[in-house]
Design a protein around this ligand. Structure first.
Ligand SMILES: [Zn+2]
Length: 359
């Protein structure tokens, strides 16, 4: 089936799991490197060369996927103009594939340059994580208006930087009226243990719950079912990013079905990171659909997976999902999104107009 068919059949798409820094256009990376005089830090001169190093085409691992960020993040981090541009272009790209509502996530600290310990920014400066949030809010607002979509954001804690989590939670609270709708934890999978560091993450999520900030947690992607249980019990997760391995624990899986916990499924990503078996007939999404679970279909990191939402829809269609089951995923996303209640009601109304009221 042609790409266009999927754009047109699914006229109103919703995406809940996509990373802002994982959605940068390759052309933009090269462009910004030129503008900032950072070519020396990027060994690529063309989109093809860049893609050869960063795109994960074969199943590998989550760590390998995260490695790709090391190429292009230093080009963007620390620059207000660059951060604004990627967030604004994100809206344009979402609108092109007829996504009408999207929650895009990122860790503000990774795009700032003010920290002494920096993951990506090449030089220390005065662009703070709070400035990054201001920039992204402004760009998403302008992009939402110009491209007629609704783009909200989720701020991510990073598993390897527990000392940042408290500030992430506070930023979510400060900017809740400017489109920041939730908190997440990303990076190499958070595996629960008893180290004190882990408490910092948990404290941030407890603060979020207390302040009615919505919560989603990357869990059960490459990690075990117990990480999903931990996310639900101790991080107060309302949604789970990926969550494939929850199905390995029958009791937990029954609980997820019973409580209608939303699982943000990223089909292409799940195969490339080897979170799920290569044999698509074994994919956990098929069981979720059959059992009436609360799932959605998402891209995760388009710059490294070279996908868009239409590719993921096509992929699950090859897996055996019907168009109705794909639309069900869109309704599920609408019901589990973190938008304010009045906007959520409107989205559901719009969906019924587009797809009917059988979902
Ligand atoms: Zn993710």
């Amino acid at each position: 089936m042609e790409k266009n068919d999927f754009t047109d059949i699914f006229d109103y798409k919703i995406e809940l799991h996509v990373h802002l820094d994982g959605s940068v256009r390759s052309e933009t990376v090269l462009d910004i490197a030129n503008q900032r005089g950072l070519q020396i830090h990027l060994p690529h001169r063309t989109v093809e060369e860049l893609k050869r190093d960063i795109v994960i085409t074969k199943p590998c691992s989550l760590s390998k996927l995260l490695e790709s960020f090391g190429y292009f993040m230093p080009i963007i981090a620390g620059s207000r103009e660059a951060v604004y541009r990627i967030a604004y272009e994100f809206c344009e790209d979402s609108a092109k594939e007829k996504t009408k509502y999207v929650e895009v996530r990122y860790c503000p600290h990774l795009l700032a340059n003010s920290l002494e310990k920096r993951d990506f920014a090449l030089e220390r400066g005065n662009y703070t994580p709070r400035d990054v949030v201001l920039t992204v809010n402004e760009a998403l607002e302008a992009g939402s208006r110009d491209f007629n979509i609704s783009a909200k954001s989720i701020l991510c804690c990073m598993t390897h930087r527990p000392e940042l989590s408290e500030e992430v939670a506070h930023l979510c609270n400060e900017f809740r009226a400017q489109g920041v709708v939730g908190i997440d934890i990303a990076g190499e999978e958070f595996v629960p243990g008893t180290e004190p560091d882990e408490c910092l993450h948990k404290q941030a999520f407890s603060y979020a719950k207390k302040n009615e900030i919505h919560r989603t947690v990357h869990a059960g992607e490459n990690g075990p079912a117990s990480a999903v249980r931990e996310a639900l019990d101790h991080m107060h997760a309302e949604r789970i990013g990926h969550g494939y391995h929850a199905l390995d624990d029958l009791e937990l899986y029954q609980r997820i079905l019973r409580d209608k916990v939303h699982l943000e499924i990223c089909p292409i990503s799940s195969i490339r990171t080897k979170a799920c078996p290569e044999d698509i007939k074994q994919h956990p999404l098929l069981r979720l659909v059959a059992d009436g679970a609360n799932y959605s279909i998402n891209t995760d990191d388009p710059i490294v997976l070279d996908n868009d939402l239409i590719d993921d829809y096509r992929f699950v269609s090859q897996m055996g999902l019907s168009n109705q089951q794909i639309i069900q995923g869109i309704f599920n996303a609408a019901r589990s999104c973190f938008a304010p209640e009045n906007e959520k009601k409107q989205i559901l109304k719009d969906l019924v107009t587009v797809y009917g009221n059988n979902f």
